[in-house]
Unconditional design. Structure first.
Length: 627
């Protein structure tokens, strides 16, 4: 580890059955030894609370803690994460374990952080068992207070669903056809909250016993089941597990997007890249290895986008178990000739020289809105189109920013957005009264908003806002949408831009009636020939631009260049295609994602970057030379 520059490890994350081999038997000897060795070696520990995989004795004694799927299938022990988050037996056992861990290691000199559980929701994001059903009812009672309010919120007169007592209510188990949409939305909220209760239970134990040790759990990039905004408020340090697919050319962009989300979840604070692989994972159909330099490149990318720690899963490749073919620092065979080892070791040496980056911040002029309620509601079935997927839509905007080297944060629709010059809202389907008022206030005050189709459609109960789509935003946008014409897979719609050039849109088209908005582009051909496709409304001191389809990448980049120029948002640097440029504090990071060498001009100077090469330049130098 010293050779590879490792100075922190995650430890004992799945250690429960070894730490507590029976209800009243404990074995800390092995962990004491490892903690001691690490400490002697100058390696600090992010210590797992080990609660993510209950030991066999526990599920044997309490089979009711096993989770159940929507189909009524019980998930048995033998894998991991086989617990119902509402189970009292599970929670009590977890509490005992965490108390014991805090007791034993709370004062250990190697302890740097607590790693609570692991990747909440990863395999079991929601449980539908009877215990969960009861917990769901209690959650609903707290939310609605009365049956009548619940019936109204769920719209239960439709399809004869009116409830007369709490006992009748169930989780949205497998039904003949779609379960009630608001029931599903509430169940998503409940499931995220219930996992959060488990996290909080552990966090409270730890905070009480070790108030000075930071506590967190590892997130999983854009993970739909868990509302990370809500969770992030309870993380001393936000951390992420990132496994981009090396076979996918868009992975560099996707990883950047996840990095930006992590920084934003922590409200700009440095975060930790908690897990990535040195080369291959073991859970894709074909586990393509990272290209030479790619692990290092994506590590630098996280660093550039605000990470203060770069970590990996895993140290030593195991000989047995389900993950024995997952890459590691130390492979099954000879270490010295392993390219993954050599690259990780090289990075370890380099990070030692980059202390001045730690603690510095990344500033962004653009915010992209993401709201979990809206995401949950948008991707439920029985919509005008099942092809509008939240992350896919976010990506089509983000990709354009990424290519142009415009740095973006993520934000909630109800956040104070005034520090951003430009706000993008791709498919913000669910909009609360507060969110709509906030967007209006942002634009009135001089902000520039770019919003897409199928936004502002429903309220937090998933009831359609009446009065012409998108009713709560219609005045701000200066238009109403009369009807929707979703496009089939593979179908496109032609667009005529202001300068007469033609482009394409996909996924969606619609009939827009501007009241005040000016028309920036029209649909060309078909039933919408000549009708507005893109519009802009000057509102207060700012503007609201609206897109009635998803533009193809080329058109998207034209649109974004235009709104950025209007909002005064500039790229970090003009760099050749494939070269990412990010400013963090006083450093400029240049990352060549391309397969070919690239030359980046920084004023009079030029930086030459080989394929997947990186350069870290003093920002002042970059600024001076470009004058
Ligand atoms: C997740 C888990 C790890 C391991 C890796 C494998 O991130 O946290 O325990 O299973 O996936 O990629």
């Amino acid at each position: 580890m010293r050779e590879a520059g490792v100075n922190m490890v995650n430890l004992a994350v799945f250690g429960w059955s070894r730490i507590q081999p029976g209800e009243d038997t404990w074995d800390f000897a092995w962990l004491d030894r490892v903690m001691g060795l690490l400490h002697e070696g100058g390696v600090r520990v992010n210590l797992g609370t080990a609660t993510a995989s209950p030991p066999p004795w526990l599920s044997h004694a309490h089979p009711e803690l096993l989770p159940v799927t929507a189909d009524g299938v019980k998930l048995w022990p033998g894998g991991r994460q086989h617990y119902c988050p509402s189970s009292r037996a599970y929670r009590e056992a977890a509490r005992r374990l965490v108390e014991a861990m805090a007791e034993r290691y709370g004062g250990h000199p190697a302890l740097a952080m607590w790693h609570v559980n692991n990747e909440y929701g990863c395999h079991v994001a929601a449980c539908y068992c009877d215990v969960s059903a009861q917990a769901f009812r209690e959650w609903l009672e707290r939310r609605y207070g009365s049956m009548d309010r619940l019936n109204r919120a769920w719209g239960t007169d439709f399809w004869s669903q009116r409830y007369s007592s709490w006992e009748e209510i169930l989780p949205p188990r497998r039904t003949p056809t779609w379960p009630n949409p608001t029931q599903q939305l509430d169940f998503a909220r409940f499931s995220s909250d219930t996992l959060l209760e488990c996290y909080q239970l552990e966090r409270n134990v730890l905070k009480q016993r070790t108030p000075d040790i930071p506590i967190g759990t590892n997130f999983m990039s854009f993970f739909r089941p868990v509302d990370y905004w809500k969770w992030a408020e309870h993380q001393d340090i936000v951390s992420n597990d990132s496994y981009p697919d090396p076979a996918d050319p868009a992975s560099g962009m996707r990883a950047a997007m996840a990095d930006d989300l992590m920084r934003s979840l922590g409200r700009g604070r440095p975060w930790i890249l908690m897990e990535q692989t040195t080369s291959r994972v073991n859970w894709r159909e074909a586990n393509v290895a990272k290209e030479p330099g790619q692990a290092r490149l994506w590590s630098y990318q996280a660093l550039a986008r605000g990470a203060d720690g770069i970590m990996y899963f895993q140290w030593r490749q195991s000989q047995a178990g389900a993950e024995k073919f997952h890459s590691a620092f130390v492979p099954h065979g000879p270490t010295e000739s392993s390219p993954a080892w050599l690259e990780a070791k090289q990075l370890g040496g380099e990070l030692r020289e980059l202390d001045r980056v730690a603690g510095t911040r990344v500033e962004a002029g653009v915010a992209v809105l993401l709201d979990w309620d809206s995401w949950w509601a948008l991707e439920q079935p029985s919509k005008p189109s099942g092809r509008v997927k939240q992350v896919e839509q976010l990506e089509s905007y983000y990709a354009s920013l990424f290519q142009a080297n415009v740095t973006a944060d993520f934000a909630r629709p109800v956040d104070d957005l005034s520090k951003y010059r430009l706000v993008l809202a791709p498919n913000l389907y669910l909009v609360s009264r507060d969110a709509a008022a906030n967007l209006r206030q942002y634009v009135e005050g001089g902000g520039h908003l770019l919003l897409s189709y199928f936004s502002g459609i429903v309220d937090p109960d998933d009831h359609v806002w009446l009065g012409g789509y998108p009713a709560p935003l219609a005045e701000l946008l200066g238009l109403t949408v009369v009807d929707w014409y979703p496009l089939a897979a593979g179908a496109t719609v032609a667009l005529r831009l202001a300068d007469g050039t033609l482009g394409l849109g996909d996924v969606w088209s619609e009939l827009i009636r501007p009241s005040k908005a000016e028309v920036l582009a029209t649909f060309a051909g078909g039933r919408l020939d000549g009708e507005p496709a893109f519009t802009r409304n000057r509102f207060g001191r700012g503007s609201a631009t609206y897109l009635g389809t998803r533009p193809e990448p080329l058109v998207m980049s034209v649109v974004l260049r235009d709104v950025c120029a209007m909002a005064g948002v500039t790229p970090v640097l003009d760099a050749p295609p494939g070269v990412e440029a990010v400013r963090r504090g006083e450093m400029l990071f240049l990352l060549n994602h391309g397969e070919a060498p690239a030359e980046v001009r920084i004023g009079e100077q030029a930086a030459r970057l080989g394929p997947r090469e990186v350069a870290v330049v003093d920002w002042e130098m970059a600024e001076e030379t470009s004058r």
